[in-house]
Design a protein around this ligand. Structure first.
Ligand SMILES: Cc1cc2nc3c(=O)[nH]c(=O)nc-3n(C[C@H](O)[C@H](O)[C@H](O)COP(=O)(O)O)c2cc1C
Length: 287
């Protein structure tokens, strides 16, 4: 059995999840190739039995580069099993519509969706979760992944629950795709910038340019992935209209006792509770 996972990750959550899938697939005897869609590459799908597409949810949709990647894929000569992996900051059911667009595209190209999984990971925008919450999310995701990868290998069909008007809502919310591009032109850096170059070297769309005098120029290709502002070592970024939602700095996923949290302590409290309960039930019924 050979599988390929193509992923996009702005700030590392989806990458972390995908890499753990890779470990678990390998532990179950499945040869796994993982590629980031940041760089354009030719893929020979004929060598794989199944294909995974993974992304972070942006405004209840897949990010625009993931949609573009799916559009560019060739029509398969032979149908292939598809699984979709998503991460997001909150467990609301409306997130289930995020794959609506790419599911239609991929179906036309011969990909047969068999499994779809959603893992809640700490927010990289809107507000900062506590490290204790990040620890709990990651711990839960790992336990779920070890069950979920067996379901994929066993070709057990798993779909996320239905949310009403998926086409209409996800179409409206794709306003984020061009809104993000517009907002990206409003980014700026302040005097805290130490010109380390991390932001422009790592931007997935090369949207950040710095001229000879050290002035920053932001183009119209921003994906709002937050990689530049999240990893900025001096928190020098202003992210346009959404600056009050900025989250800066890596999470420590190994610190279950650190409950420090800046805001939104009760945001979607019940849906997080339900997510952990549902996950625990699935994990314990499979152990
Ligand atoms: C522009 C943007 C929009 C987002 N929209 C949503 C959303 O609609 N629902 C949600 O639960 N999380 C949302 N998030 C949070 C991310 O999906 C979440 O933090 C994800 O795990 C980040 O993954 P990454 O580190 O691989 O980029 C959004 C984040 C960004 C930057």
């Amino acid at each position: 059995m050979k599988t390929l996972i193509c992923y996009f990750s702005g700030t590392g959550n989806t990458k972390k999840v995908v890499e753990y899938f890779g470990e678990q697939f390998k532990a179950n005897g499945c040869d796994t190739t993982i590629i980031s869609i940041d760089k354009e590459i030719e893929i020979d799908f004929t060598q794989y039995d199944s294909i995974g597409i993974a992304y972070p949810i942006h405004a209840f949709n897949a990010p625009s580069n993931v949609v573009a990647f799916c559009k560019k894929l060739p029509k398969l000569k032979e149908k292939k099993q598809l699984y979709i992996i998503k991460t997001s900051g909150e467990p609301l059911k409306i997130n289930n519509i995020s794959s609506t667009k790419i599911r239609h595209i991929l179906k036309r190209k011969g990909f047969i969706l068999n499994n779809e999984y959603h893992y809640v990971m700490p927010y990289n925008m809107i507000f900062r979760h506590s490290n204790a919450m990040a620890y709990r999310m990651w711990d839960t995701a790992q336990k779920l992944i070890s069950v979920d990868c067996k379901e994929i290998l066993a070709k057990k069909k798993v779909k996320l629950s239905f949310f009403p008007f998926p086409n209409l809502i996800s179409w409206i919310m794709r306003i984020e795709h061009w809104g993000g591009r517009l907002n990206g032109t409003k980014y700026s850096v302040n005097e805290k910038c130490i010109h380390c170059g991390m932001c422009y070297r790592n931007c997935p769309t090369q949207n950040i340019k710095v001229d000879e005098d050290g002035n920053f120029h932001f183009g119209k290709k921003c994906l709002m992935c937050m990689r530049c502002s999240f990893f900025c070592p001096t928190d020098a970024f202003k992210i346009g209209f959404f600056n009050s939602w900025k989250v800066n700095g890596r999470y420590n996923f190994n610190d279950p006792d650190n409950h420090e949290q800046k805001s939104h302590k009760n945001f979607c409290k019940n849906s997080y509770k339900k997510y952990f309960k549902r996950s625990e039930e699935k994990i314990s019924s499979n152990s």
